[in-house]
Design a protein around this ligand. Structure first.
Ligand SMILES: Nc1ncnc2c1ncn2[C@@H]1O[C@H](COP(=O)(O)OP(=O)(O)OP(=O)(O)O)[C@@H](O)[C@H]1O
Ligand SMILES: Nc1ncnc2c1ncn2[C@@H]1O[C@H](COP(=O)(O)OP(=O)(O)OP(=O)(O)O)[C@@H](O)[C@H]1O
Ligand SMILES: [Mg+2]
Ligand SMILES: [Mg+2]
Lengths: 227, 227
């Protein structure tokens, strides 16, 4: 479902170049469950942003569902981002003036769902992540872990085929993490593809495959024997 | 060094009241090393913000270094916040238009340190957290774990007597977490007081005492037997 070949991302800062991804080649099948790990600064979020069509590579190709992403029109890309992919950002990226409910309903606004259906669906997903009593709070009226769960709920609201979650449990206590991992398990069992960045081995244990990055390169790519 | 008696914090939202802290009474001695734990939404950041003089309680008293904080003048409070307390925010709170170096040097601007001394000290602390080669990057040109480390460096730059760190390793891989915990160990050995919020038991292991919150109340407060 996802193939990247010799993917590169370089940032230019004045006279310096930062090679965030030097060359990444990876193939992910439909319905795989992949954990992406590696040191701070090794390129995980950069790779996730490219996979989520939120950014374009400096070089290399990205083939999603058989289509070369660089050949897609902007409108086509927007539709893929909205319907096919659910993205949980490492820094949440919630809109500060909207309530939790409105933030979660936003992807449904873009695909033309009726207002009552949007709010009902957003309510449902917020209850799933344990925030049924916080729907009217704005992001600055929520705890760190609650904001993280709103970001997760927003990624799930459109029932996407591919979940890209960048450190989804970084701000969660053990019990809440287990509940969130349970949700990802169900999404995976339903036939969807899950790629999550984590630095916690306990979280990576849930995945079938672990890809490790180091300095913008794939250091290892292994089946998880225990699953 | 820190005493709170029947501390309360209530947020009012329209007709609703959210009791973030219902009643917290705790005493922390000089040179203690405390881990603050508890479920997402239990009041940890709220308590940290009160201890860091970043917010005022709805009721109860906070005595810092023998002085009742509610009796302090604004200028006195600002001086305490700048010189006595180093605060690592759960959501980093870096200034987006300043480089990492400028962000870290900011507390030194407020206490009148000369420019060359500020930049030298900021450079020193950034090297300590492994970011010597990222000093000119702005926050949006840094990875999540790098931003977290800039926030940590900024909290340390003034050599404060009290470190309040709200989930300082949430975005860090294991190796980098160990390096950061090593820094906190040294700060503690130097005679300072460290209070850190974490949801990771491995991180809490470094502390001498673990205070657990649940629903805005202290659920348990115990010595760490293994240390
Ligand atoms: N400004 C606010 N208005 C209303 N409610 C708030 C506000 N800030 C926080 N809260 C609520 O107060 C409670 C405690 O929040 P707090 O940020 O202290 O939790 P926490 O223990 O730090 O959680 P986490 O582990 O998720 O960071 C939460 O339930 C939150 O929804
Ligand atoms: N806009 C940018 N300009 C310059 N350098 C950047 C930019 N964005 C990221 N970088 C650099 O690219 C490298 C990879 O960043 P990335 O965010 O992908 O790391 P990461 O693996 O997600 O790290 P973490 O675990 O800390 O979140 C980092 O060293 C970072 O400093
Ligand atoms: Mg990242
Ligand atoms: Mg918090």
């Amino acid at each position: 479902i996802i193939t990247v070949n010799d993917l590169r991302k370089t940032y230019t800062m004045g006279l310096n170049q930062v090679h965030a991804l030097k060359s990444v080649s990876v193939a992910v099948e439909k319905n795989e469950y992949v954990a992406l790990m590696g040191p701070s600064g090794s390129g995980k979020s950069t790779l996730m942003n490219l996979l989520g069509c939120l950014d374009t590579p400096t070089a290399g190709e990205y083939i999603l569902n058989g289509i070369n992403v660089s050949t897609m029109e902007d409108s086509e890309l927007a539709e893929v981002r909205n319907k096919e992919i659910g993205f949980v950002f490492q820094t949440f990226n919630l809109l500060p003036r909207l309530s939790a409910l409105e933030n979660v309903a936003l992807p449904l606004v873009y695909n033309g769902t009726s207002k009552s259906k949007r709010l009902a669906r957003a309510q449902e997903v917020l209850e799933m992540v344990g925030l049924g009593d916080r729907t009217d709070h704005k992001p600055n009226e929520l705890s760190g872990g609650q904001r993280q769960r709103v970001a997760i709920a927003r990624a799930l609201v459109n029932d996407p085929a591919i979940i890209l979650a960048d450190e989804p449990t970084g701000n969660l206590d053990t019990k809440t993490s287990i509940e969130i991992m349970g949700i990802f398990e169900e999404i995976h069992k339903a036939g969807n593809t899950v790629i999550l960045v984590t630095h916690e081995p306990d979280i990576a244990e849930h995945a079938h495959r672990v890809i490790r990055l180091r300095d913008g390169l794939v250091e290892s790519d292994e089946r998880n024997e225990n699953v």
